[in-house]
Design a protein around this ligand. Structure first.
Ligand code: XIL
Length: 383
């Protein structure tokens, strides 16, 4: 009897252990199962993120784990801009840009250089320059030096950023003013010379909108007609929840790729906070006011769902045209680090990305993964 009881007890203990064991295995494998964006979309397009300084220097522990898991492309959020990489007339500072290259190499992440010629975030000395010869000299030296140094090290360059107005005309800038209309073509020509095997892109915001898109197409044609190489157009993709311009995005994908270009979404984020203008002109600012910062204590579920829905529809559209899209890059790793907490209104709490402030995937992340799971390539209108 005692023996029987003993063996029964033994069997029960064994079963309990077995169940416990398999449960804990489930728990670990469940943890490991958080899908990886770069894996899920590996046959479709690259998945990128912008990286800030602590992330490039691997001082951000959460990003150090998450970035290599999720992304196979990255763009430096600021450190390759002229202001940082070329702080004085005859001095360059390559320290952080070199670190970015090493980071990419170590983690199998392709680096998109951002950006050679842009009217914003210029070094201070440029604002004092008045004569055209000096602007020309800065322009030439800057491109030759920076593109030359990273030739064979970056995968691609945003050669020119934001040269257009909303109506498709050329934006007034120091480059247009002193070098004339051809400065964009000239920038591509110089970059090609300095870095012959690097992909070369034109990048802008709102260039999915009809008038600006038409201007962008004119600009691309002008470069092509001059016999200069341009490989792609970047649509930044700073959009607003509930107002993502799906039809214009689709038209842009088709029209840009008809020019023989790769199409990229280069700075994707979907803002959830109120704002009375669209676009991403970093010089346009709005005074802070509590009514413009309504979600300090968390995002209401309805907005969370709308955000997830917008991201899902966007990725359905991207998948539908995956043969024309080469990369989708988010402008930041997690919500807490997004530039939209500080622009156009300072000190807000924004929620525009797929990972929350603790690096946890948000409902929008899972909807993006679902878009791929449910993707049916034969379906015509898939959103
Ligand atoms: C932003 C950065 O995210 C901010 O940290 C910085 O203060 C301003 O610039 N379009 C671009 C990006 O091409 O370089 C901008 O990045 C956002 C708009």
């Amino acid at each position: 009897m005692v023996n029987r009881l003993r063996s029964l007890l033994f069997v029960i203990t064994f079963i309990t252990l077995l169940v416990g064991c398999s449960n804990s295995q489930k728990a670990t494998s469940k943890k490991e199962e958080t899908p990886s964006l770069k894996e899920v979309f590996k046959n479709d397009f690259l998945i990128g993120t912008a990286l800030n300084t602590p992330q490039i220097e691997e001082k951000d522990a959460g990003a150090a784990v998450l970035v290599p898991q999720q992304f196979n492309a990255a763009t430096p959020e600021n450190i390759m801009k002229a202001q940082i990489i070329h702080p004085e007339w005859s001095r360059y500072d390559f320290d952080l840009a070199d670190k970015m290259i090493d980071y990419g190499k170590k983690n199998n992440i392709l680096i998109n250089g951002h950006t050679l010629i842009w009217h914003s975030q210029l070094p201070r000395f440029m604002y004092g320059i008045k004569d055209a010869d000096s602007v020309k000299q800065f322009f030439t030296d800057h491109i030759k030096t920076v593109a030359g140094r990273y030739s064979g090290k970056v995968f691609s360059w945003d050669v020119v950023n934001e040269a257009l107005n909303e109506d498709g005309t050329m934006r007034k800038s120091i480059f247009l003013d002193k070098l004339g209309d051809d400065f964009v073509t000239e920038a591509f020509r110089l970059t090609q010379e300095a870095s012959p095997n690097t992909e070369l892109y034109y990048n802008d915001y709102n260039n999915e909108q009809p008038q600006k898109r038409a201007g962008c197409i004119r600009l691309v044609k002008k470069i092509q007609e001059a016999g200069v190489r341009i490989d792609g157009v970047g649509i930044q993709g700073h959009w607003h929840v509930g107002k993502v311009p799906f039809d214009d995005i689709e038209k842009s994908i088709l029209e840009y790729s008809a020019l023989g270009l790769k199409v990229m979404f280069t700075e994707l984020d979907i803002e959830v906070l109120p704002r009375n203008f669209s676009g991403a002109d970093i010089n346009q600012r709005v005074a802070s006011n509590p009514s413009l910062n309504p979600y300090v204590n968390g995002l209401p579920d309805s907005v969370q769902q709308q955000l997830a829905q917008d991201y899902e529809n966007l990725f359905k559209l991207f998948l539908k045209h995956k043969d024309k899209i080469s990369r989708v890059t988010f402008w930041g790793v997690n919500d807490g680090q997004s530039w939209l907490n500080g622009w156009p209104v300072r000190g807000r709490t924004n929620y525009p990305l797929l990972f929350d402030r603790e690096y946890k995937p948000k409902p929008a992340f899972f909807k993006v993964i679902e878009a791929k799971k449910n993707f049916n390539p034969t379906e015509k209108k898939s959103f």
